[in-house]
Design a protein around this ligand. Structure first.
Ligand code: NAD
Length: 359
């Protein structure tokens, strides 16, 4: 039995986490679940959205499946998701975007993998609040050392991009491409504007590419990349991006394959891995047994592959694909008409997937 931490999350988290756990168990995978809490629901009792026990459990087990967690906007409460990635140094966020037959989408043959840097960039959490003493000191320093002047009413977020951070993520993307028999890596940036951060990213990307002559390499400016993905997604294969662009393009690519309900993800580092859906906690649907469990279940498939449980992963992915292709026992968002009364609930879609495993 391998121990895996299951973080139940908040909002729709607990419902999709339970559905996913049942589907994975139905494959016969030898997993012992270590169930832990995080998010706004546990905040009231534990006084923190990320109890020490949850962090310790993932550290000890080295592998976790995580349901979404709410990050309230405009409060001092920092994102638990970002914190977990930083605390465990899960530097690679891998988001495969693949078309499944039967999913409502404008495209039918997408097979892309986004590899997003997870620890640096504007998401590093280095921020200075408008009006605070240290912010004014920083503004003063910047005004002395830069040609551009910043007024006293500005807030400041810092964008660190390092050689080491870029090198390891680009190398990860190339190794991923090689291991998964993919042909091309595209590095995304805005080096024409941000010369010392994105410019560095591009230079390091080009250098790393030289060690992988068997994989094609190219780069794209992020705005052009957005247009290209909408117009010619078939031209791309593995795409490596700094944190912020990676976050935004993940949602764009999720849109190409039918939306957030079907977009899985993995956060991977040297010491551990956490698997989670791209979507958030959709609080308005909390407790309604309504939302689509597919993205978290497909994240579970990625986890099984990471654990080298290939037979179990294949069986679960096929069962999900079959249920979606049939289009009967699926949630409202997968029906042509979102008000279709034949749509089933989260738990019933999981039941249909379980019934298909091994068939
Ligand atoms: P969201 O992904 O929760 O919801 C966006 C839209 O997609 C909503 O209309 C929602 O109803 C729909 N949706 C999401 N998941 C769905 C599913 N499984 N099935 C059907 N429809 C689904 O994004 P949001 O509303 O911007 O964020 C809500 C909260 O989640 C915020 O606090 C945000 O910070 C947090 N969040 C957490 C994570 C994470 O835990 N990794 C990721 C993104 C957002």
């Amino acid at each position: 039995m391998t121990k895996v931490t299951l973080i139940m999350g908040d909002g729709i988290g607990p419902e999709i986490a339970e559905a996913t756990r049942r589907c994975i168990d139905a494959t016969g995978a030898k997993i012992q679940w270590d169930i832990q809490q995080a998010g706004v629901d546990v905040m009231a009792t534990a006084g923190t959205p990320l109890p020490e026990a949850t962090l310790e459990s993932v550290k000890a087990n080295g592998i976790g499946l995580k349901a979404p967690i709410t990050t309230p906007v405009g409060t001092g409460f920092r994102s638990v998701n970002v914190y977990l990635r930083q605390a465990l140094d899960l530097y690679a966020c891998v988001r495969p975007c693949k078309s499944y037959q039967g999913v409502r989408s404008k495209y039918s043959d997408i097979d892309l993998v986004l590899v997003r840097e997870n620890t640096e960039d504007l998401y590093a959490g280095i921020e200075f609040e408008k009006g605070k003493g240290e912010t004014l000191e920083l503004i003063d320093w910047l005004n002395k050392h830069s040609k551009r002047q910043i007024g006293p009413h500005a807030g400041i977020s810092i964008k660190p991009i390092s050689v080491e951070g870029t090198e390891r993520i680009v190398r990860y993307a190339f190794n991923y491409a090689r291991k998964n028999k993919r042909k091309k890596v595209t590095s995304v940036h805005k080096a024409n504007i941000m010369k010392y951060t994105d410019g560095l990213w591009l230079e390091v990307s080009r250098n790393v590419a030289k060690s992988f002559p068997d994989i094609e390499f190219e780069d794209r400016i992020v705005d052009n990349m957005c247009m290209q993905l909408v117009q010619k997604p078939e031209l791309y294969d593995v795409i490596v991006l700094p944190n912020l662009y990676g976050d935004i393009l993940s949602d764009l690519c999720a849109g190409l394959v039918g939306g957030l309900g079907v977009a899985p993800g993995a956060n991977i580092g040297e010491k551990g891995a956490i698997f989670e859906a791209t979507h958030g906690s959709a609080p308005k649907y909390k407790g309604q047994n309504k939302v689509n469990p597919t993205a978290l279940i497909l994240s579970g498939v990625l986890m099984l592959r990471h654990m080298n449980l290939t037979k179990e992963a294949d069986a679960l992915e096929k069962a999900v694909a079959d249920v979606i292709a049939e289009g009967k026992d699926v949630t409202y968002d997968m029906k042509d008409d979102r008000n279709d009364p034949t749509a089933v609930g989260t738990s019933q879609m999981a039941d249909a997937i379980i019934a298909r495993i091994g068939k």
